[in-house]
Design a protein around this ligand. Structure first.
Ligand code: ATP
Ligand code: MG
Length: 417
């Protein structure tokens, strides 16, 4: 039998109900904050990701699904959504009337990482991105929006971690002092980190290899060398989070796995997921619109790990499972023909009816009605057809009433209101 690809997964009925519920809560909250949905393609030119995420990152170096299409152009299954949203913002000049635009999108991302609990090769993200606002207030607002979402989804263990990565004015000095620190530790670093320490030393701060983490204790931190503007920006972020009663931790090693971040970075972490503790991550990327060929417009955003989020909500798919409103138990050929018509008419009128196509005993049909947890069963056989009324049984109270055959749809519609 052909199985699915390693690291990929099916989301089955019984799970999709929870996914859909989360989407509904998230999108209505985001819309209240002024975000609008954007849908972007699943494939883009490889260069878009290489230029935005950064050549020396894990994602671009070893995780992208990249292949030549039939004409030889290199295309990549998107590993994240921000680059595509920025591309769309520039390509359609969405900044023209007003540079302030806010978008959200939900969909699959692809990274060829080692599959393990909470880490898939096709996983889903919920993204929100805000363009045209440089102020730290909106960063605080994004974090507040995330935590509001998590609390609406009964996530109890979620905590914000924040950091600032500075800007092109203060980053070079920091990079230099970090490089110097790294050269004193190079024998303790993994191969990737040794290779990256000269060119892109920030990447070393993000390495997950335990020996590298250990070697990095005592490393200089960006927030100690922020320029006055970045320092003020970071202070406003903290003050506004406090005003919103958001509990947060300043995490000097939070640099995130993508090169495009400036100033604010943040992650929402949870203790409920073991090693894969980040359930959302984001930050500011003030230079990216320009790097990708657009005007100089600041931007900020986040991505939620949808798969991980479904595992930490206090909600269960069974809370949203769809049950039929009525089960039609039809005995004999004539009744079945009538039941088939009611089934269609009921569904078209918004009443979910289940029916046993095929001749089985009343006992076995009642069993099936129980199994699908139908609150009502409509019983019809030869006798009921002759009498011109079917029996409607309330499965909770066991009460039975006769319903005239020509009133079935309206009676059930009323009963399910
Ligand atoms: P991690 O540190 O867990 O690798 P990341 O920094 O690579 O995460 P981002 O690129 O910022 O993650 O993506 C945002 C969120 O998407 C993460 O916080 C996580 O919840 C989720 N995510 C990232 N990679 C995967 C994956 N392979 N499988 C499932 N979820 C993922
Ligand atoms: Mg990662």
């Amino acid at each position: 039998m052909i199985q699915l690809i390693r690291g990929f997964k099916d989301i089955l009925p019984g799970e999709t109900e929870l996914w859909k519920h989360i989407e509904k809560i998230a999108t209505s909250l985001f819309e209240d904050f002024g975000f609008r949905e954007i849908r972007i393609p699943i494939m883009e030119h490889t260069e878009l990701f290489a230029r935005s995420i950064g050549e020396d990152t894990d994602i671009v170096e070893k995780e992208m699904y990249t292949f030549p299409d039939r004409k030889g152009d290199l295309i990549t299954l998107r590993p994240e959504a921000t680059a595509s949203i920025v591309r769309a913002y520039i390509q359609h000049k969405l900044y023209a009337a007003d540079p302030v635009r806010k978008f959200y999108t939900i969909g699959p991302m692809f990274r060829r990482e080692r599959p393990q609990k909470g880490r898939y090769r096709q996983f889903y993200q919920i993204n929100a991105e805000a363009f045209g606002v440089g102020s730290a207030y909106i960063d605080a607002q994004l974090i507040f929006m995330l935590l509001t979402l998590f609390s609406r989804l009964s996530v109890t263990d979620a905590h914000a971690h924040v950091n600032s990565l500075g800007c092109p004015a203060c980053r070079p000095a920091f990079k230099a002092s970090l490089s110097q620190f790294l050269s004193s530790r190079s024998d303790k670093l993994c191969e990737d980190c040794r290779r990256r320490s000269a060119k892109n030393p920030l990447r070393v701060l993000d390495c997950k290899v335990p020996s590298c983490r250990e070697a990095m204790s005592g490393a200089p931190s960006v927030i100690d060398s922020l320029c006055p503007e970045c320092g003020k920006h970071f202070q406003i972020l903290q003050d506004s989070l406090k005003k919103l009663n958001v509990d947060f931790t300043i995490d000097k090693s939070l640099v995130r796995g993508l090169d495009y971040y400036t100033r604010t970075t943040f992650e929402i972490q949870t203790g409920a997921l073991g090693a894969q503790n980040a359930v959302a991550g984001g930050g500011r990327y003030d230079g990216l619109v320009k790097v990708l060929g657009g005007p100089d417009i600041p931007a900020t955003g986040f991505a939620i790990g949808f798969d991980r989020l479904t595992e930490i909500t206090g909600l269960k798919a069974s809370d949203f499972e769809q049950k039929p409103d009525v089960f039609i138990a039809a005995l004999g050929e004539k009744s079945q023909a009538a039941a088939f018509e009611w089934n269609c008419a009921l569904a078209a009128a918004g009443v979910k009816a289940e029916i046993a196509f095929g001749d089985s005993s009343l006992k076995s049909q009642m069993k099936r009605a129980d199994r699908v947890a139908a609150p009502f069963v409509l019983i019809v056989g030869e006798k009921e057809l002759e009498d011109g009324a079917a029996l409607l049984r309330n499965m909770a109270t066991k009460e039975q009433v006769a319903v005239p055959l020509d009133k079935i749809v309206e009676t059930l519609k009323a009963a399910n209101r």
